[in-house]
Design a protein around this ligand. Sequence first.
Ligand code: MN
Length: 378
Amino acid sequence: MRSPSDGFGPDHLPYGSVVTEEGRRLAVVRIGDAVLDLSPLGLFDQGSLDRLLGAGPETWRQVRGAVTDRLGSDPALIPLDRVRPVLPFSVADYADFYANEHHAANAGRILRPGGDPLSPNWKHLPVGYHGRSASVVVSGTEVRRPSGQYRDADGAVRFGPSQRMDFEAEVGFVVGVGNPPGTAIPVADFAAHVFGVVLLNDWSARDLQFWESAPLGPFLGKSFATSVSAWVTPLVALEAAWTAPPPRDPRPLPYLDDSADPSGLDLALEVAVNGSVVSRPSFASMYWTPAQLLAHLTVNGAPTRPGDLFGSGTVSGPRREERGCLLELTENGADPLRLGDGSRRGYLEDRDEVVITATAATNGGRVALGEVRGAIAP
Ligand code: MN
């Protein structure tokens, strides 16, 4: 049995932001079940990671070195249960992709039966959409069931609370150093721009989404809330987790060609609903890698800024128990899941709680990414 502090050892040191019992906001690093106040290190007077993100890889290295030094000198730590984590950085822009072939093929098969499950562009570019940064919330925040337009089974168009609330198990990437307008970020420059990794739940109201999405894609069915973990794992803590992505055919265009350094990330995800594990997807199965996502996002000259967040898209695998959302797990509600308490779910009910966790190999152990937890409020 894993203790809550496992995976948060000195080889991990994820960053976050907390509010203390005295009401002070502090930028911190997590070690085990405690946090280290970063205020003495400079850069952190706002209590957030905003200035650190924009400072760049050399500063990221120096700060991590300084944190390691301080931890070696037995500093005063604050127990995790005496602080409340808050969103650790100001989310600049948010984009979400659709970069897992198993998810895209399952979704295509369920939504367009008889057609080609993948759209003709899918193996040529990472399909994505621009989302809403203002509704990105930290793990633990309740998510209100949205209302909107949907078309019900008899074809009538209605307005009301979503009847098909879903989660999407994803991995999010936090941009530190942005790119100016008119420039792009090549695949090879990923680590010079991206600071770290969070777990992400791209909550989805499927009935709203399916009715509104033609022809422009997701809008209100996604923009009401996106949850991210309270802890940002720096890329450097995941150095042992890089792996070869699946073979790509056809070979991507030159700006997406990563054959010189193909960099998939091997993260083992787990999704639980009300304490019952419903899925264990592997991020190593992603067709498009995080570096390709960022290269595509900027190839038209679109700028990015410190705090930009981009999601991978739902992480799914070839087997049923590796599917990362209820749309796939329950065939759009037609084949409900049975939870540990014997109850059945086609889609989420009010008060249901979804928790996404993940671990990655390090040299000699595993790191645990910060969990992303959220419950549905009526
Ligand atoms: Mn998504």
